[in-house]
Write a protein that binds this ligand. Structure first.
Ligand SMILES: Nc1ncnc2c1ncn2[C@@H]1O[C@H](COP(=O)(O)OP(=O)(O)OP(=O)(O)O)[C@@H](O)[C@H]1O
Ligand SMILES: [Mg+2]
Length: 344
């Protein structure tokens, strides 16, 4: 478990203080993949660097597995840091060392004997799928393979926590998926807590159990990924979600809907479902019960961490009172209903 308690971080800038983190509080449960997302400059890298005290927070505490890192002596901190591995966007491999020797490096530095190093590194190379490449140099392998080396190296000191700062940002979508699948596998098999820093909602959707949204150094939203997808509260979350699920109608469709709404009465609704709500004939039931006209304008069914998730834009026509009743009934069925616009 990682606890970030009242963490603030200020840097001296040319025009005064920069508050990179402002009173951040987060609890990261053990064994989860926890995503931290935000735009460029939101404070993501600063936050991940405070987690292992690469930068010491100006205020607040970091507690990892019950140990308050912020109050440890430097010797104890070095020891505690061994439980925290890290992977990076640009891999940070040593070009003069082979794949094997890059993974072995942290063990060599810790004074581990050669036989023990081999006994640790070879299974790790197997785990990340690099056994055949073990004697190659970084210049002789692909970006995805480099990140696999980075992951194996981070795992060499048997950490309990893995911090990942934009580890897939330099990779193409297919390689990204493969690396994210590998991280998920490691999370499950080794029961490793993973903190994923990213600016891509797609990454959050693919591997994270929980997400926190950071904006201008503050946590503006956090929760289980499916809940945040169902009902995003903050505009930054909505904007970031726009890459993965449509938050607005396509412009051409919007113009036609506006025309339609201007002519008569109607309600433009966004419905979001999770789990069985997607499969059940909730919509047809609503239409029958409340004698409404439902026109589906836009829809998307997806899967998040094995749970079905759907988002629909619907034009509802009929008695306004019945539309209101239908909205209340849909909410009772666990559907998130949001009115985008309406004309009476
Ligand atoms: N060492 C530093 N000295 C001064 N300002 C800093 C320092 N590190 C970060 N900052 C500032 O803190 C803010 C947050 O930076 P940070 O690197 O954490 O953002 P980020 O969310 O990781 O962005 P990106 O997505 O571009 O990597 C920025 O305004 C940045 O300029
Ligand atoms: Mg960053």
């Amino acid at each position: 478990m990682i606890e970030i308690r009242n963490v603030s971080q200020r840097f001296a800038g040319p025009q005064g203080w920069i508050e990179a983190l402002h009173n951040v509080n987060l609890t990261i449960p053990p064994g989860e993949v926890f995503g931290i997302i935000g735009r460029s400059g939101a404070g993501k890298s600063t936050l991940v660097r405070t987690l292992n005290l690469l930068t010491r927070p100006t205020e607040g505490d970091i507690v990892v597995n019950g140990r308050t890192l912020t109050s440890l002596s430097s010797a104890d901190l070095r020891e505690a840091r061994r439980e925290i591995g890290m992977i990076f966007q640009h891999f940070n491999l040593l070009s003069s060392r082979t794949v094997f020797d890059n993974v072995a490096l942290p063990l060599e530095l810790a004074g581990v004997k050669r036989a023990e190093i081999e006994a640790t590194v070879l299974p790790l190379l197997e785990l990340v799928g690099l056994t055949a490449q073990k004697d190659r140099y970084p210049s002789q392998i692909s970006g995805g393979q480099k990140q696999r080396v980075g992951i194996a190296r981070a795992l060499a000191s048997k950490p309990k926590v893995l911090l990942s700062d934009e580890a897939t940002s330099a990779l193409d979508p297919e390689t990204t998926r493969a690396i994210l699948d590998l991280l998920r596998k490691i999370n499950r098999e080794l029961n490793l807590t993973i903190v994923m820093i990213t600016h891509q909602m797609e990454v959050i959707k693919q591997v994270c159990d929980r997400v926190a949204v950071l904006d201008a150094g503050r946590v503006v939203e956090s929760g289980p990924v499916i809940d945040v997808f169902l009902q995003p509260h903050h505009e930054v979350t909505r904007a970031l979600l726009g890459d993965v699920i449509a938050q607005e109608l396509p412009p051409a469709l919007k113009a036609r809907v506006a025309e339609h709404l201007a002519k008569g009465s109607g309600h433009l609704l966004r419905l979001a479902f999770k789990g069985t709500g997607v499969d059940q004939p909730v919509l047809s039931e609503t239409i029958r019960r409340f004698e409404l006209d439902f026109n589906i304008l836009h829809g998307q069914i997806d899967e998040i961490q094995g749970q079905a998730f759907g988002s629909l834009a619907v034009l509802a026509g009929g008695d306004p009172l019945k539309v209101a009743q239908a909205m209340a009934w849909l909410r009772e069925q666990g559907v998130v209903v949001e009115e985008l616009s309406h004309v009476e």
